[in-house]
Design a protein around this ligand. Structure first.
Ligand code: HEM
Length: 125
């Protein structure tokens, strides 16, 4: 799945996708406020580096941030179903924007769904 996704993204890699995602997050009323207001570029770089690490493109995330431990790193934020759904909605819009379709889209979308679900740390009300 990693190879198929990386091949479909092509030369520019994850950069355009993550940029399109953060353009939405910055303006979002539900989850935008959780992100560090004075470090949007840093947040964008952390997600981009993580994706490059997870998909075998670069080791930068591991070298700079250590083992991902994503669930632990999301504990400071209240992530319930609504927050998870909004995050995924914005990522889906970002994947639409870069026109990722077909099998690579299914695979990457499935990956985001799975991880976002695991980040949920608030029981459904
Ligand atoms: C479910 C909804 C999610 C919410 C509300 C959320 C929110 C956040 C917030 C507020 C941060 C801190 C920003 C920063 O300073 O880096 C963060 C960090 C991060 N998130 Fe998420 N996130 C979600 C899902 C995901 C998913 C699905 C992934 C991966 C596919 C992901 C990957 C990351 C990474 C890699 C970091 C940086 C960790 C670090 O090195 O400190 N997040 N997230």
């Amino acid at each position: 799945m990693e190879e198929i996704v990386v091949k479909a993204l092509g030369e520019a890699g994850f950069q355009p996708l993550i940029a399109a995602f953060y353009r939405r997050v910055r303006k979002d009323e539900l989850v935008g406020g959780m992100y560090p207001e004075n470090d949007w570029e840093g947040a964008e770089k952390r997600l981009r580096d993580f994706m490059e690490f997870r998909f075998g493109v670069s080791q930068r995330y591991l070298l700079e941030r250590g083992h991902p431990r994503l669930r632990m790193r999301h504990m400071p934020f209240k992530i319930g179903e609504a927050e998870r759904d909004r995050w995924l909605e914005m990522m889906n819009e970002a994947m639409d924007e870069i026109e990722l379709t077909g099998e690579p889209r299914e695979l990457l979308g499935g990956f985001f769904n799975q991880v976002a679900n695991a980040m949920r740390n608030q029981a459904p009300s």
